[in-house]
Design a protein around this ligand. Structure first.
Ligand SMILES: [Zn+2]
Ligand SMILES: [Zn+2]
Length: 261
């Protein structure tokens, strides 16, 4: 399907039109669940996979969404003070949800986007967060190298479909990279790394009075999401939430760089 991508790595208008057309054609028609291949409607996840995947938010840290059942304190929020109001995560980055992430990010199966955006939206509805301002979806920007490699930005496409499923506008173009952040050097202190990451962002829009919902595919420590949230708050947002497909569980990422996603 490479012909539908632009050289810049962003889905062309024709590519997006094709994705939207296929999605519309599948609406209401018998199809298969992308995870278990049982019968499903519209190519969305079947009710069993939806129920199995959606994690128990009671066991999660309300700020960063990490499953902390059995832990006294959330290790991520101890390491980095979170400014996010709440992070809603659809599932842990383990089997079988990891198959969906691999399909999207490694096999470039862009046709999974409508089903995954639908899953995200159902998790958001279940969490029912209290919003103080007019909400807007904002995708976590992708690095240029990732866009070139993948051909599309998974968070941007998820946001686009979230915008279609709701009346909430997609303001993903409001934020982006001011400059690609330099690779983190080991000798930098935690605060220097954090500052370097924050200075890499730009926000082109006045977010005064807005509740921003940052959308991403995978969250490891949440440092990227958190630094982006700070920039949104500086641009006037009254609250920033996170909405993420897969959250890397704590024991699996010991040793992961603090400022990796
Ligand atoms: Zn299924
Ligand atoms: Zn936390």
């Amino acid at each position: 399907m490479n012909h539908i991508w632009q050289a810049t790595g962003v889905l062309t208008r024709g590519g997006r039109g094709l994705l939207d057309l296929l999605s519309a054609l599948r609406q209401g028609l018998p199809s298969v669940c992308p995870l278990c291949t049982e019968d499903s409607r519209g190519g969305l996840l079947c009710q069993y996979c939806l129920a199995y995947l959606r994690r128990d938010t009671v066991l999660a840290c309300t700020r960063c969404g990490l499953d902390i059942s059995g832990l006294m304190q959330c290790p991520d929020c101890l390491a980095v003070p979170f400014v996010l109001e709440q992070t809603v995560c659809a599932f842990d980055y383990v089997f079988p949800g990891d198959l969906l992430i691999h399909g999207l990010k490694i096999s470039h199966r862009v046709e999974l986007v409508p089903a995954l955006a639908h899953l995200l939206y159902s998790c958001w509805q279940l969490a029912a967060p209290t919003m103080l301002g007019e909400p807007c979806w904002v995708a976590v920007p992708a690095r240029r190298a990732s866009l070139r490699r993948r051909g599309f930005s998974p968070p941007a496409e998820l946001c686009r479909y979230l915008g279609r499923y709701t009346s909430v506008p997609d303001w993903s173009l409001a934020v982006g990279w001011h400059a690609e952040p330099v690779p983190m050097q080991k000798q930098l202190s935690r605060h220097e790394r954090f500052r370097a990451m924050r200075q890499a962002w730009r926000c082109d829009r006045d977010l005064a009075g807005r509740t921003v919902v940052l959308v991403d595919d995978v969250m490891t420590t949440g440092a990227t999401l958190n630094s982006l949230a700070q920039v949104c708050l500086q641009a006037g947002a009254v609250q920033v939430f996170g909405l993420v497909l897969a959250r890397t569980p704590y024991p699996n990422r010991l040793g992961a760089g603090l400022f990796s996603r």
